[in-house]
Each structure stands twice: as C-alpha cells, then as structure tokens.
Design a protein around this ligand. Structure first.
Ligand SMILES: Nc1ncnc2c1ncn2[C@@H]1O[C@H](COP(=O)(O)OP(=O)(O)O)[C@@H](O)[C@H]1O
Ligand SMILES: [Mg+2]
Length: 503
C-alpha cells in the first residue's frame, strides 16, 4: 500500500518520504537509546514475560551481578513487583508508574513491543530513578501517602493487638488468683475458652491478657460483641461477603471477623445473644476451621482461637432451647468463672487505688483521700456493674472532686443510695483491723501505706492470724508479708496490741 503510493510520487517527493522514513526510524532508535542512557534500568521481555535482555545496572540492582543469569527467567523472578507481564498480556503500555523496590521507589515506563500485525511479542521497560528531578514533588507526595498508609496499618495492628496483660488484672484474693491460674492455662492452649461472669467482671480484659500471653500474641485479637450487632448483620460480620453479595453490600466485598482474626484470637462477647441459626454456622466454622463468605462459593481456611464470653446462664439457655447444646460443649472446653466484685472483698481496695491512680494520672488530678467510712461504704455496696461500675463511680468522683477528701456522703451520692441514718457500724471490718483514719493523711504515699497496713491486717484477720495462708491469699510470699507487717508495726500503722498483727 505504502509502496504503491510512493510509486505514484515524483522522485523529489519520494526522496523526501525516504527521508521522513529515515527520520522516523532514527527517532525510534534514538528514543530507545535516549531512554536507555537516561534510565538506570532497561529490561526487555518476550511474549511470555521472560527476560530477553536486561542492562547491567538494573540487573545489579536486583542482585544479578551477571545480567546473563537473568535471561530466560520470569520477569517477576528478577524484579519482584514487575508489571511487564500485564503489558505483554494486555498489549497496553503503562506510561508512568511508581514501582516499589527494596530500596527507593522507581519511576517506570513500560511499553509493549508489537509485530507488524499488531500482536504483542514482548515489552520493554525503563526505570528512571533520580534523573527526573521534575518528578520530585510527585515522588515526595507519593512517599508521604505511602508513609501515612503504613502508619495507619500500624495503628490498626496496634489496636488489634492485646492492650492488657495479666499484670493489668488487679486483685489477689484467692478467687482472683484462681481466675488468673486458669487464664494462664488457657494462654498455653489453643482450646476454645469460655469466660463466665457478670458484666464488668473483667472478661474482656482477661481475654486481652490471655491473647497477649499466648503464642498468637503477635497476631490479631479481633472482638465481636454479638449483642451489639443486629441479627441480620451478624453473619456478614462473622464470615464476610463476596462483592455485591447482598443489596447494600460493599462493592469490593467484605472480610469477616474470622478471616481478620486468622492466625490470632477471635473474642466472641455476649455469645448467649447469638441467634440459633447462626449458632450452627458458628459451630461448623469452629470445628472445621473454615468459612464461606456470603454469596461466594469460596471456602476459606482459617486458623482462629476462640475465646467466648457471656454474662448469661448458658446451661439455662441450653435447657430452654435457646442455645445449642453442641455449641455450648464445644465452647466450654476451658471454662473460667469470674466471680462478681461483691464476692472479692479483698480485691476492692487494691482496685480502688489502682483505678484511682490510673484515672488521676490520665486526668492530671490529685489522688483524693477516701475517709474510712467512705471506704467501708464502697465495701458494703453490692456492685451490680462490678469493676466497670466501680471505675465509673471513681471517675465521676475524681472529676467532680473539690477538696482533697472524699467522705461517705459523697460516695452515697455517687452510688445513688441513701445512707442509713446510723453510721455503717456493721462494717465488714475483719477482726483485728485497725481503724485507719485518712482524714489527716497528708499525701498519696501515706494513704497507700495506711491502706496497705489495713489490707494486710484484714487478710491476717481472715486467716485467723496464720501468716502463711494470709500471705498466700494476697499473693505475697510469707517472708514479704512478714516484712511489710513489721514495717507497718514499726511505723505505728498497725497497733502492736492487734491480736493478729502482734507477731
Ligand atoms: N481485675 C481487674 N483489674 C483491673 N481492671 C479491671 C478488672 N476487672 C475489670 N476491670 C476494668 O473494668 C472494666 C470492665 O471490664 P471488662 O473486661 O470490659 O468486663 P466484662 O467484659 O466482663 O464486662 C474495664 O475498664 C476493665 O479494665
Ligand atoms: Mg464486656
């Protein structure tokens, strides 16, 4: 076609055309040379995206001292993030792109090589690193976005990681020590664990501690509060959905919590609230360790450790036909009952002081001093909301606190109860407990010392003066208990006449 057209032209015109041809060809060649000279890396692949040619600098950058060694390899074997295959498969160029490498990102240009019939027979790629100064703002922008993304990923990972360890679980009474012992056992195993206890007894906190002490600690801890999610959304929440699986589904589909928790721990809070139909799917997922996202026929294998929690009476729910017995037995492999706060009298004061400490340092306030009567009132209260309620009360106390001292009236007000007309004389003070007056306590250290003295004396009283068992009940060694006791005696904080503290 070209030829016949040229044949009809005059000699002069034909000369110009040959010249044009020549220039065009030179243009192509010099374009290649220029880019090749400019670029720090040039690579040519064939139609199967195998390396046909690579220049020395580029090969060196990717660890091939001898470029010949790269010839014939799949391009991804040489350049891990290479998109040359996409270019040969689509026949379309990628004109300007940023490619991640182990060093800096690179600006790359990828062009298909077409034969006369327009078939793609290969591709050529140029990588430009620092020569293109004009692209600096673009690269800087890209770098910043990349950094932001990485930091968002880190934050997400952080929040998925356990926030608390066993040390955060305050309390040394024998019941609490038993909880911690069981929890440590749970941390050493992969078995489903069931935390049973009233609201606010620390089930979630304990889950964090178990996860953090388990071999899965570096993997995610993912929580689902079954009670907080509408029934209709629970299945998607658990198992995810394929793209466009249901009306209103995210276009890109959605990962379920099982998949998000892969390799880690899945915390199922308020499991007693789970609808029956979903219970069987959950049981299957736990037993088979595989899930099927809604609207997909894809089976995904997952490796997830289950910790479930409930404040409900599961056996009663089973008896009433509201909870599947098989799921109950599956979850109940390692049950850990968490006693309510009212049954852990000895934990109350350590909790009060530890929570106060934390609240005050967070809100930058002075730690208030509670009068003896105020402490007694806290001890008598039945705490239906357990430690969560205690924390809330203390938090309100701290932020509304005016003076330094908190008395029983204030506590009664915060608890929303009215004080009995007579002072709480029937206080649960153990025999031998010395009345600690905090009214004149000048500071936190002093208050703590007084508290410790009272605490030890009370423990001693509850164990009829037996130091070994009193020490064991509060998690101290016998020697440490003794040492503290005599120090307080020396400081006059424990009355020498005290029948248990007398030594
Ligand atoms: N033994 C404990 N030591 C310290 N804080 C606790 C303890 N138990 C519970 N808490 C605190 O009480 C609140 C409620 O605990 P959480 O674990 O959410 O209880 P649950 O899941 O049983 O309702 C949280 O702020 C938690 O940190
Ligand atoms: Mg909870």
């Amino acid at each position: 076609m070209e030829k016949s057209a040229a044949a009809m032209l005059s000699t002069e015109e034909a000369g110009v055309l040959t010249n044009y041809d020549f220039v065009a060809r030179r243009a192509m060649e010099s374009l290649f040379r220029t880019l090749e000279n400019f670029s720090e890396g040039t690579i040519v692949v064939d139609a199967q995206a195998r390396v046909v040619w690579i220049n020395q600098r580029y090969a060196t950058r990717f660890g091939f001292e001898d470029p010949q060694k790269a010839i014939g390899l799949d391009c991804e074997k040489v350049i891990p993030n290479s998109l040359m295959r996409e270019v040969v498969e689509t026949g379309r160029p990628i004109l300007l792109d940023l490619m991640e490498t182990r060093q800096d990102p690179m600006i790359v240009i990828r062009l298909p090589i077409l034969d006369d019939r327009g078939n793609c027979v290969g591709a050529v790629g140029f990588a430009l690193f620092d020569e293109l100064k004009t692209l600096t703002p673009l690269v800087a922008h890209y770098d910043r976005i990349r950094e932001e993304l990485a930091s968002a990923h880190r934050t997400l990972e952080q929040t998925r990681r356990a926030k608390y360890t066993f040390a955060s679980f305050i309390g040394n009474c024998s019941a609490t020590l038993e909880v911690k012992r069981l929890a440590r056992l749970a941390a050493q195993s992969d078995a489903p664990t069931l935390l049973l206890g009233e609201t606010g007894t620390g089930k979630e906190l304990l889950t964090h501690a178990i996860h953090a002490a388990s071999s899965r600690a570096t993997r995610p801890l993912v929580s689902v509060n079954v009670a907080a999610i509408p029934d209709t959304l629970l299945e998607v929440e658990f198992f995810g959905a394929a793209p466009g699986a249901y009306t209103g589904a995210e276009r890109k589909g959605r990962k379920g919590k099982f998949e998000l928790a892969d390799g880690g721990t899945l915390f199922l809070d308020e499991i007693g609230d789970m609808p029956l139909i979903l219970q069987s799917k959950l049981l299957r997922a736990i037993q088979e360790q595989e899930i099927e996202p809604i609207g997909s026929n894809r089976i995904i294998r997952v490796d997830v450790r289950i910790i479930a929690a409930t404040s409900a009476d599961l056996p009663a729910l089973v008896a009433a036909g509201k909870f599947r017995a098989d799921l109950y037995y599956r979850l109940n492999v390692l049950p850990i009952p968490l006693p309510p706060l009212r049954e852990r009298q000895l934990d109350l004061l350590p909790l009060v002081y530890s929570l106060l400490d934390e609240i005050c340092s967070r809100t930058e306030r002075h730690v208030p001093v509670l009068t003896q009567a105020a402490l007694q009132l806290l001890g008598q209260y039945h705490w239906p909301g357990n430690v969560r309620q205690l924390r809330n009360v203390l938090e309100r106390m701290v932020v509304t606190q005016e003076g330094r001292e908190v008395d029983e009236d204030r506590i009664a007000f915060l608890l929303g109860i009215s004080l009995p007309s007579a002072p709480p004389a029937a206080a649960p003070a153990a025999a031998g407990e010395e009345a600690v007056s905090t009214a004149d306590a000048p500071g936190y250290a002093d208050a703590m010392a007084r508290f410790e003295a009272q605490y030890l004396a009370r423990a001693l009283g509850q164990h009829a003066g037996n130091v070994a068992s009193a020490a064991a009940s509060v998690g101290l060694s016998r020697a440490a208990f003794y040492k503290k006791l005599s120090a307080h005696k020396g400081a006059g904080l424990i009355n020498a006449q005290n029948q248990w503290a007398g030594g």
